[in-house]
Design a protein around this ligand. Structure first.
Ligand code: P6P
Length: 313
């Protein structure tokens, strides 16, 4: 252990220092998270300095790509390549897993810019990352992740990570460093806020419609932006809440992808004492059959997750 008399703990705690002090993880994982945080700084800059608009291309899901989707994907790819610790990566913007170095220790799954269609209305958007050991994600479960993190680009740019020792929040400061804002975030069992996605499902799912009635009758507070990163961060930041995106309408299994959206957030939420389910099983225990599989998601305060699963059965 380094002599702290010579290197006193600084007043402001950097992401690097925090992962080293709190994480108890291999240096390779610490450096990978730092490389991802460097990519996030470039995406932060790109959002503020690149004109929005469509790239004129579509991703593997047939969704029109924003210029910023493509640019963010390129920025992250570059930083993963330079890290020298990534065997392969899975991106929302790439139709297949991309192999980098089969001898490297980690696979990174990510949505480079979730909610990017909201850039032109100036809403908060985010990047989502999950990190697995080894080369292959198919056949694993999100519970096999060794780390997960997201970056929320809003009035402030925040990075929230876990390496298995709770959840910790950082803010990008004026000199471009992520410094500790809050550590050991916790989520209470009871929710007061609700964040209902894919609401079109109420037309084919009576349980979902009843749930909306119950939430309104109980005068819970609606908080929904249309960007999963912002809406789930709201739960982690406020310490309570429930977010749902379930099957129905044009999304029979819900709109969200298991690998790049549900999995990383399930890891983080459970690390904060919350829960994440697909309605019948924990997301962390759900087997990954394909990289693009979608999953219903009920995530947040544990007691509310249980109640919602019961109502939707
Ligand atoms: P709905 C954004 O495109 C996204 O993938 C998530 O960030 C968000 O929660 C969801 O789609 C929005 O879905 O049903 O509100 O259109």
């Amino acid at each position: 252990m380094q002599n702290e008399a010579v290197c006193p703990i600084p007043q402001r705690i950097s992401l690097n220092h925090h992962i080293y002090r709190t994480g108890n993880v291999p240096d390779s994982l610490r450096h990978l998270i730092l490389d991802i945080s460097r990519a996030a700084k470039y995406i932060h800059y790109a959002i503020r300095n690149t004109e929005a608009g469509l790239a004129g291309t579509r991703n593997q899901f047939g969704e029109e790509q924003e210029k910023l989707d493509v640019l963010s994907d390129d920025i992250i790819r570059q930083h993963l390549c330079e890290s020298r610790v990534v065997a392969s990566y899975v991106s929302e913007e790439q139709s297949e897993a991309v192999e980098l170095d089969p001898t490297a220790p980690y696979t990174v799954v990510f949505d480079p810019l979730d909610g990017s269609s909201l850039v032109d209305v100036n809403f908060a958007i985010g990047s989502i990352f999950g990190i697995y050991k080894g080369m292959h994600v198919i056949g694993s479960t999100p519970g096999d992740q060794v780390a997960a993190l997201y970056v929320l680009y809003g009035p402030r740019t925040l990075l929230v990570y876990s390496v298995g020792n709770s959840v910790h929040e950082f803010i990008l400061n004026e000199v471009g460093e992520f410094i500790l804002l809050r550590e050991f975030l916790g989520v209470a069992d009871i929710a007061k806020n609700y964040s209902p996605g894919n609401l079109r499902a109420v037309n084919v799912n009576a349980g979902y419609r009843s749930l909306m009635d119950v939430w309104m009758k109980e005068e819970m507070t609606l908080r929904y932006s249309g960007c999963m990163v912002a809406d789930v961060h709201h739960i982690l930041s406020k310490g309570q809440g429930i977010f749902t995106n379930i099957g129905g309408g044009k999304y029979p299994l819900g709109k969200l992808r298991l690998v790049i959206e549900c999995g990383p957030f399930a890891y983080l939420m459970e690390q904060a004492g919350g829960a994440a389910s697909d309605g019948t099983q924990s997301i962390l225990k759900k087997k990954i059959d394909s990289l693009d599989q979608r999953s219903p998601l009920i995530i947040g305060s544990k007691t509310e997750v249980k109640r919602v699963c019961k109502m939707l059965k």
